[in-house]
Structures are given as structure tokens and as C-alpha cells.
Design a protein around this ligand. Structure first.
Ligand SMILES: [Zn+2]
Length: 221
């Protein structure tokens, strides 16, 4: 069976891509990162999702002690109720996060003999992070072809971004068909007992569920 490494955060998009990968005939192998984010809620949900799908996973702990993001530094405020403008990169941006995550994923994929890495990045309903844009993934793919054994041997690990150009509503509709357990996902940047409803991630999620005409099972509870 084909193998794919899945970058799993516990959020809605990454939960969806496990099911997309499975629907394309891949056996998923998940990577979950504890990178010093403000709360552990998304990590716990990611583990639940991996277990629910009976996927092997690694929880990789990495330190970014230099911070540089309101997602890493609890003394900084998470932006609330802002109008999301893709030209403005907000303080929740974590320096080079997807470059770091994809590098781990590429390493795991090559060691495992996996041909694919799936990442649930989105460049439509997103916060404007540059490492979620198509031009970044094209360049990163080119780097893997030059910088990895599988790459120079003509059998490069392929980066799949199946959600990149979809709206959040399209993602949710697709995920509902694939039976993604959205009740297990957590999107809020704040990590209180309930989603705050005001951070970018909550706003984008709510807009997506509303547009898809689906009740968010996390809010419903
Ligand atoms: Zn929130």
C-alpha cells in the first residue's frame, strides 16, 4: 500500500487531509508537533484523530525558544475580530513554521519509504501566512528534488496540498462526505474550554460551516 506522511495539527484542515489521503489509497503516517504553542488542546485532539483513524503517529517536540509569534508567547495578545486582509501577515504567524514542519515530514517520508507528504494548507480562507501560498509549495518541492536522495534519484517525495485552493466551505462539504470527525477538531488559537469565536481561526471556521450549511459540532456541544 502507498504510504503518506500527514502533517496533523488537530485542526479542521489537517483532519480532512487524512481522509483525503486515505481516499486516494494512501496509508497515513501522522506527524504531530509540540512546538511550544500556547495550549495543548490541539495536540490532544490531533492524537485523538490519529487514533480514531488507526494511524501511526509521532508526537515530535521541538523548541523555538526565540518565539517571534503571539501563538508562542503568552504575553502577546492574539488578534481578535480583525478584518482578515491577506496582505497583512498577523502576529500569529510563526516564523518559518511550514518550512520546519515540511522538513521533518520529508525526512520521515524518505526514511519510511513514503512517496507523499500531505499538508492541509489553504490559501483562500486563511490568515495570509506566506508559507501557505502556492508559490512556496512549488519552491519547496523543487528544493526536495535537489536536496534529498530520493529526489536526485528521480523519485522525489511529493508534497500534496489538496485543500490549497478550496474555500473553507468546500473543505467542510468534502470532509462531511468523507466522514471526517469534525467534533474531534480544535481550531481556536486561544485554547479555552470553548472556542473564543473572535480569533482568525474561529472566524474562518465559523464562516466555513455557515457557508457550507453545516452545524459545527464543536460549537453545538
Ligand atoms: Zn478562537
Amino acid at each position: 500500500m502507498k504510504k503518506a506522511v500527514i502533517l496533523l495539527s488537530g485542526g479542521l484542515d489537517s483532519a480532512t487531509i487524512i481522509y483525503v489521503a486515505k481516499s486516494k489509497g494512501y496509508k497515513p503516517y501522522c506527524l504531530i508537533f509540540d512546538y511550544g504553542q500556547r495550549h495543548r488542546k490541539e495536540i490532544n485532539q490531533a492524537k485523538r484523530i490519529a487514533e480514531h483513524t488507526k494511524s501511526k503517529y509521532y508526537l515530535v517536540k521541538i523548541d523555538l525558544p526565540w518565539g517571534g509569534s503571539s501563538l508562542l508567547d503568552k504575553t502577546k495578545n492574539i488578534p481578535k475580530n480583525r478584518s482578515i486582509d491577506h496582505k497583512d501577515i498577523p502576529s500569529t504567524y510563526v516564523p518559518a513554521r511550514n518550512i520546519i514542519f515540511l522538513s521533518f515530514a520529508a525526512s520521515y517520508a524518505e526514511a519510511l519509504g513514503a512517496e507523499a507528504v500531505f499538508i492541509g494548507a489553504n490559501a483562500v480562507d486563511y490568515s495570509g501566512y506566506p508559507d501557505c501560498r502556492p508559490e512556496f509549495f512549488d519552491s519547496y518541492q523543487a528544493a526536495l528534488k535537489k536536496g534529498m536522495k530520493q529526489g536526485v534519484e528521480g523519485n522525489s517525495v511529493k508534497i500534496f496540498t489538496p485543500l490549497l485552493n478550496k474555500t473553507k466551505a468546500q473543505i467542510i462539504k468534502m470532509g462531511v462526505k468523507l466522514k471526517v470527525p469534525y467534533h474531534m477538531t480544535w481550531s481556536c488559537y486561544v485554547g479555552a474550554s470553548r472556542p473564543c469565536g473572535e480569533c482568525d481561526s474561529c472566524i474562518l471556521r465559523q464562516k466555513g460551516f455557515d457557508s457550507a450549511g453545516v452545524v459545527d459540532p464543536v460549537i453545538k456541544i
